[in-house]
Ligand binder design. Structure first.
Ligand SMILES: [Zn+2]
Ligand SMILES: [Zn+2]
Length: 663
């Protein structure tokens, strides 16, 4: 059999992205040649229009493959046909062809585990696919990632390329001003682009506070002192405030309008302790009422500009439930950001009390935004800030969430990735990319899929499956916060003071068990990694380095929680022994956080990437715990002093009694 290897474009580079591409289809063609080249398969690759198609011929002597029917293809889905001579991918869109190419590549034995070529698994021999044709459609029209250039990946292009391999099609440059970095390349990869994050309060310059405090928010109602503050948001019912905000918002978004982005995010300051106005005109409005009122103002500004742009109304912290006083402008869309939910359980898991609260919030928003399209999630599956530097694997959460969000009519299932670049695979991101297309997965089937990405040799599969499944159990236990009330500010970084009898002991036990299970997971991988080869061995090394850090930090979390539970018990009358224990546990927690910090640095030896844990340990956790140790140690010694005096006077009194009795 004569095989011909043809370079199809002058701009082509086998490295993949150093060339210039005229279109997404052109990029798909180059990718097909690059991947087949890496697998040493001689082939010819061609592309055509109507419908958009990519054809890979591996054996020109056999009958050419036919273009598959795209009659049942939706969104950026695709149809694939397989013949003895090669493969054809067809779609209604160029992006659909690129998605189809990556899906076909996976079926042929390739896998995309991490950004960059080192994160690609290349099959020694292509899988033999059955002759025939099939269609694959996404469950969510838009799927993707919010990521911040502050944390992103040494190479932005490499990062976008990886997200495209995962068949994501939506990208938001989170808190990146009004410009998406490497925008042209992102467009070539077929991404719908969004930009921004917080930033509405910038539209009222804080310098105006000195001369016009009435533009700003009132911290407490007038009958409670009525002081105005410039710290966050503003007074939305003041017509002059609205005029200034609207004009400045127009200036702010004009680059995004020119660039043709889909949406600009400019959220209000929605803060755990509240940050809106309590003046006599505003005090009857909730945080969400005031937030929705100003989001509508942004929508009006867009309409006045004649721009094609959408703005999200965010469900987050104090705006977790929708406004029933202010109706949403149809240019707004729902952005559901349930940050304080339980990440051990899916939103639709009725056994989790905390998530029942967030599911209720979702359903209310969906009801309120009925008839308004474009709803997004702002999920936290990849947020290393929330997860205190960890990269947990949460398959059951993703499976249940996909069902919940699909049923709720969410169009863009998106998640935040911040806290440092990937130093080992983000298994949640890989699961998200599969579940955004495929229904009816179980924890077992999705974990099997991920494990099968790393099977350079027989036997590795079982290790990866056992490791991932055990890792999933570890985080399902360690991140259980089902009974923590939704009323107060809490996340995995800042554990709560809970009395042992009121959920505190259960929190400690769940974290301790999670930590023990993660140690088991680590051992499974470590024992078996020495016999691994190729990409599997490379990834196992990265995974072990990360897990070494994570298991020490989970131990720190346990000691921290033990300290906090003892403090709460002390508050509830458990006495000085509880306070003494609390201080001892908090001291242990600091030692472990410092050890975990060292391991996190080892995990990131070239210092290219700033990992959130460095900042978490230095700026947040250690100072917070030290502060508690200082304050409670002082309280303990004062109590002890007072007790000693009490004891002495008691002894003296007893002496006196003896003395009298003698008489
Ligand atoms: Zn006001
Ligand atoms: Zn839960």
């Amino acid at each position: 059999m004569k095989k011909v290897f043809v370079l199809v474009s002058m701009a082509l580079s086998l490295v993949g992205w150093s060339g210039d591409y005229s279109s997404t289809l052109d990029f798909a063609k180059n990718e097909a040649v690059r991947l087949m080249g890496k697998a040493n398969v001689d082939c010819t690759v061609s592309v055509s229009d109507s419908p958009y198609s990519l054809t890979i011929i591996v054996d020109s002597k056999k009958e050419s493959p036919v273009k598959p029917s795209i009659s049942s293809v939706n969104h950026d889905g695709y149809a694939i046909s397989v013949a003895h001579s090669g493969y054809v991918v067809s779609s209604r869109t160029e992006k659909g062809v690129l998605n189809g190419l990556y899906s076909l590549a996976e079926k042929l034995g390739f896998a995309f585990v991490m950004p960059g070529e080192k994160g690609e698994v290349i099959p020694a021999k292509l899988e033999n696919l059955e002759v025939g044709q099939w269609t694959e459609n996404p469950r969510f029209a838009y799927r993707g990632i919010f990521s911040s250039s502050k944390w992103v990946i040494s190479s932005c292009r490499e990062w976008y390329h990886f997200l495209a391999k995962l068949r994501f099609n939506s990208l938001c440059a989170h808190v990146a001003g009004t410009k998406v970095p490497e925008e042209e390349f992102a467009r070539i990869l077929g991404f719908r682009l969004e930009v921004g994050g917080h930033g509405m309060s910038d539209c009222l310059p804080r310098a105006r506070y000195e001369s016009e405090p009435e533009l700003f928010r009132m911290f407490q109602p007038e009958d409670f002192g009525g002081k105005r503050l410039k710290d966050s948001n503003f007074c939305p019912s003041n017509p002059k405030t609205r005029k200034i905000v609207k004009e400045n918002f127009k200036k702010k978004i004009s680059p995004a309008v020119e660039n043709g982005y889909h949406a600009v995010h400019a959220w209000a300051d929605d803060l755990p302790a509240g940050g809106w106005c309590m003046c006599s005109r505003c005090r009857a409005l909730t945080a969400t009422d005031q937030s929705q009122y100003t989001m509508n103002l942004e929508a009006q500004a867009i309409r006045e500009m004649g721009a094609k742009l959408r703005v999200p109304a965010i469900a987050y912290h104090d705006t977790m439930f929708p406004s029933w006083t202010i109706a949403p402008d149809p240019l707004c869309f729902l952005l559901f950001a349930p940050r304080e939910r339980c990440y051990a359980h899916a939103l639709n898991d009725s056994s989790c009390a905390l998530n029942t609260h967030y599911l209720k919030a979702l359903n209310e928003w969906v009801e309120r935004y009925k008839g308004i399209d474009n709803s997004h999630t702002f999920e936290y599956y990849n947020d290393k800030l929330l997860y205190r530097g960890h990269t947990p694997y949460l398959p059951s959460v993703l499976i249940g969430d996909a069902d919940t969000y699909e049923k709720a009519g969410i169009e863009a299932w998106m998640s935040l990735q911040v806290g440092g670049e990937l130093l080992a695979p983000d298994w949640n991101m890989l699961a998200h990319s599969v579940l955004a297309w495929e229904r009816d997965h179980t924890r077992e089937t999705i974990t099997r899929r991920l494990a099968s990405m790393l099977t350079d040799q027989e036997g590795d599969w079982e290790t990866w499956y056992r490791y991932l499944d055990t890792r999933a159990s570890a985080y399902q236990s360690a991140f259980s916060v089902c009974d923590v009330p939704s009323k107060f500010y809490f996340d995995y970084r800042f554990m709560p003071e809970r009395p042992s009898g009121n959920g505190g002991a259960a929190l400690i036990e769940a974290q301790r068990l999670g930590r023990d299970i993660l140690v088991n997971a680590f051992n499974i991988l470590e024992i078996n990694s020495s016999s691994m080869k190729g990409t599997s061995s490379y990834i196992a090394n990265l995974e072990l380095k990360r897990c070494r850090f994570e298991k020490v930090d989970l131990a720190a979390m346990v000691e921290h929680q033990r300290g906090l539970v003892n403090i709460a018990d002390y508050w509830n009358g458990a006495g000085d022994e509880a306070l003494k224990s609390a201080i001892k546990y908090l001291e242990k927690a600091i030692v472990l956080i410092e050890e975990a910090n060292k391991l996190c640095h080892l995990h990131n030896p070239d210092k290219k990437s700033s990992q959130y844990y460095f900042s978490f340990a230095k700026n947040w956790s250690v100072p917070e715990i030290k502060n508690k140790i200082r304050v409670y140690s002082q309280e303990f010694s004062e109590n002890k002093g007072a007790n000693d005096i009490l004891l002495k006077s008691k002894d003296a009194a007893e002496e006196g009694t003896k003395c009298c009795k003698k008489k």
